[in-house]
Design a protein around this ligand. Structure first.
Ligand code: B12
Ligand code: SF4
Length: 615
């Protein structure tokens, strides 16, 4: 099920709203001392191809944006912890500037949500009187906010509030709380007071719990779908977020100081960067169009150029990955961005393209439409383009691609010095090999390699929360458990077969391993040394082969256990998507915007004192 749409015309924040909010927070910072920690949940069992070499080298944009915005507002006691680097971090032990922070935030994708729960459970060990205000956010909370609240009476950990939106929602929440906070009052106490007075209900993008501390919440309350920020230039500059990164290490507590500026680029040599949002396609397995409320959002070309330039000059970061849904979605916009980047130089006069490189995602269809401008894109520093080819024959997924169009797009990119990076999606109906057609997985891998792909991603179709297909994948397709083993979040990473009607799903699991081994292997390495696919030298292609083989060993190490369970059988499937076990309603008392259709809405009728809050 997709996220519901806000009323037409009310999808976006008014222009200037983010700038005003940032100004308000700067005023609050003059009066409030606030210590805050934002932690990115990361499950190390997900470290495999195709992300093995980037997951630890790219500090996540969400927590950086939060830490950066707090710092920029003047809340200097702020820290961003990444479990990617600091696996054993325990929030219950954290001290910042000599005392327990006022605010603890977690950010998580679905696949890392097991670690998010561990952190929430851990912070709830701090007694309620001294506990920081606990906020959960990130992609998992956008679609499954109830996961931040335990429904187990024997283990009732919980966040105080989940944020189902972006940075603006968090800043608006902070504005409400800091406006109400009495001098010296613990922030969590302010939160409980404001919540109980109904003061959060007008802030769209929140889910909070009602009920006593230390018990399972009586109900969850959803304040609705967020309004989106359209002009991304209103966001704080990303240079701030890098100033508050917690150093890597084995400890459970916080280091005295964040990573020194000169070492940031070594720890995080790749930066994700927000440039545009939105995609005109409506693929059924993708949550992105509804997430964006079918809106196009963007940063100005000048601001993008400035961000890359400053991150390069201040931290030595040399590669950027655009968090675009489809960078070429609007051709005029993409053209303006690449032209500006091509004309940008560092302060010492070095053209941007010589000082750094960047890559992003786009469709085959739009890449072909942009053929006139690919040379400029290369001059603007574009080095690689990830393309959701999914299925070259468009049998399973149709978004304007075909074998010929894919070849054409790849050739255009290669001719202009941009590496084509295909992403494939394997499904039940796709054979490993096909004869006289291109439907087979290995056939497509070979076609892509012939078309000069330097890397490949092969992911199994898995449930994607917020997509049109989500419910369908749960009606008799998605596994609840296999051979008695529950499907934990870290398994829903596209590398494990967790949704299939195939008689022998273990074959699908093997197919993914075969596909990688077929693409990355010693023979291709030798060939890459002699006849590289990359236009600019032998070593890049050979290097990609070596990295691919090392990553493949990780997959080989991590997936056989699941393969074994799949072979043993005993598959139990879901009949419907897992909804919140805790009653979940909107602030007005109806169906929660972030609830699933099979969701229980109310506990009991409101008590006589409550109607004012529910209306
Ligand atoms: C860059 C990226 C990656 C990179 C880097 C990830 C990283 N650690 O930064 C790589 C390539 C490694 C990657 C890999 C994967 N990714 Co990815 N990725 C993205 C992408 C394109 C951009 C993320 C980004 O930097 N955004 C910019 C920042 C500023 O925005 P943000 O992260 O959304 O954060 C904002 C809000 O969420 C919120 N927020 C975030 N955290 C918090 C915390 C609190 C307390 C609060 C209040 C708010 C808050 O505020 C932030 C600022 O506005 C997103 C799609 C997208 N357009 O966002 C997918 C996305 C995050 N990826 C996704 C997935 C599924 C994956 C994979 C599992 C691959 C797959 N099977 O498809 C792997 C996992 C690998 C691993 N082991 O971790 C999904 C997650 C869906 C979900 N429900 O969890 C997304 C959302 C794409 C989608 N399907 O819609 N990914
Ligand atoms: S083209 Fe990509 S971003 Fe656009 S809807 Fe399809 S999968 Fe999603």
């Amino acid at each position: 099920m997709e996220l519901p749409f806000r009323e037409k015309g009310d999808e976006l924040l008014r222009p200037g709203a983010m700038l005003d909010m940032r100004a308000r927070l700067r005023e609050h910072a003059k009066r409030h001392d606030l210590r805050s920690v934002a932690a990115y949940a990361f499950d190390h069992r997900t470290r495999m191809l195709p992300f093995y070499f980037v997951d630890r080298r790219m500090s996540p944009g969400g927590v950086r944006a939060i830490g950066g915005s707090f710092l920029e507002a003047g809340f200097e006691k702020t820290r961003v912890v990444l479990q990617t680097w600091k696996k054993r971090f325990q929030p219950s032990l954290m001290q910042l500037d000599g005392s327990t922070p006022d605010l603890f935030m977690t950010s998580s994708m679905w696949i890392h949500s097991g670690r998010m729960r561990d952190m929430l459970r851990d912070i709830c060990r701090v007694d309620a009187e001294h506990r920081p205000l606990v906020i959960a956010g990130g992609p998992h909370m956008v679609y499954n906010p109830w996961d931040a609240f335990s429904s187990d009476a024997a283990d009732p950990w919980r966040a105080d509030v989940a944020v189902t939106g972006e940075l603006y929602v968090l800043l608006e929440l902070m504005d409400v709380l800091l406006t109400e906070r009495a001098h010296g009052e613990p922030l969590r106490r302010t939160f409980l007071r404001v919540r109980d007075a109904g003061g959060l209900d007008h802030v769209p993008g929140l889910v909070y719990a009602n009920g006593a501390d230390g018990a399972v919440p009586e109900e969850l309350v959803d304040t609705g779908v967020q309004r989106l920020l359209q002009d991304l230039d209103e966001l704080p500059h990303p240079v701030h977020g890098y100033k508050v990164l917690e150093p890597a290490g084995g400890g459970a507590t916080l280091a005295k100081h964040p990573i020194p500026t000169e070492r940031v680029g070594k720890h995080s040599p790749i930066a994700s960067i927000e440039m545009t949002y939105g995609c005109k396609f409506r693929c059924k397995y993708c949550p992105i169009p509804a997430y964006n409320q079918h809106q196009d959002r963007e940063k100005s070309p000048e601001r993008i150029a400035d961000e890359m330039k400053r991150l390069r000059e201040e931290y030595g970061i040399r590669f950027f990955f655009g968090s675009d849904d489809n960078f070429f979605n609007r051709h005029d916009r993409a053209q303006r961005i690449v032209e500006t980047l091509a004309a940008t130089t560092l302060d010492d006069g070095t053209p941007l393209r010589k000082a750094l490189g960047w890559g992003t995602e786009a469709t085959v269809h739009d890449t072909i439409k942009m053929k006139e401008h690919l040379r400029t894109a290369r001059h603007g520093g574009m080095k690689a383009l990830w393309m959701g080819v999914e299925d070259m024959t468009a049998t399973f997924v149709k978004k304007g691609q075909s074998v010929d169009k894919t070849r054409e797009a790849f050739h255009l990119l290669w001719r202009n010095g941009i590496n084509p990076m295909p992403m494939l999606m394997h499904d039940d109906t796709q054979p490993l090999v096909s004869f006289r057609n291109a439907r087979g997985l290995l056939n497509q891998v070979q076609l892509l390699r012939n078309a000069r792909a330097m890397s490949v991603q092969v992911l199994m179709l898995s449930p994607a929360p917020g997509s049109k297909l989500y419910e369908d994948t749960y009606s008799g397709l998605a596994f609840r458990s296999v051979n008695g083993r529950p499907v934990e979040p870290h398994l829903v990473d596209g590398n494990h077969v967790v949704a299939s009607r195939h008689k022998r799903p273990w074959i699908k699991q093997l197919n993914i391993l075969f596909a990688y081994a077929y693409f990355y292997n010693p023979l291709r390495l030798l060939k890459a040394l002699v006849l590289p696919k990359n236009r600019r030298g032998h070593f890049a292609d050979a290097g990609a082969q070596i990295m691919g083989m090392c990553g493949w060993l990780q997959n080989l190490w991590r997936t056989p256990r699941w393969l074994y369970h799949l072979m043993r059988g005993g598959i139990e499937r879901f009949e419907q998507p897992p909804a919140s076990p805790i009653p979940f309603r909107s602030a007005a008392g109806g169906r929660a915007a972030h609830g699933l259709p099979n969701q229980t809405v109310t506990r009991t009728a409101p008590t006589p004192e409550e109607p004012a809050r529910l209306s």
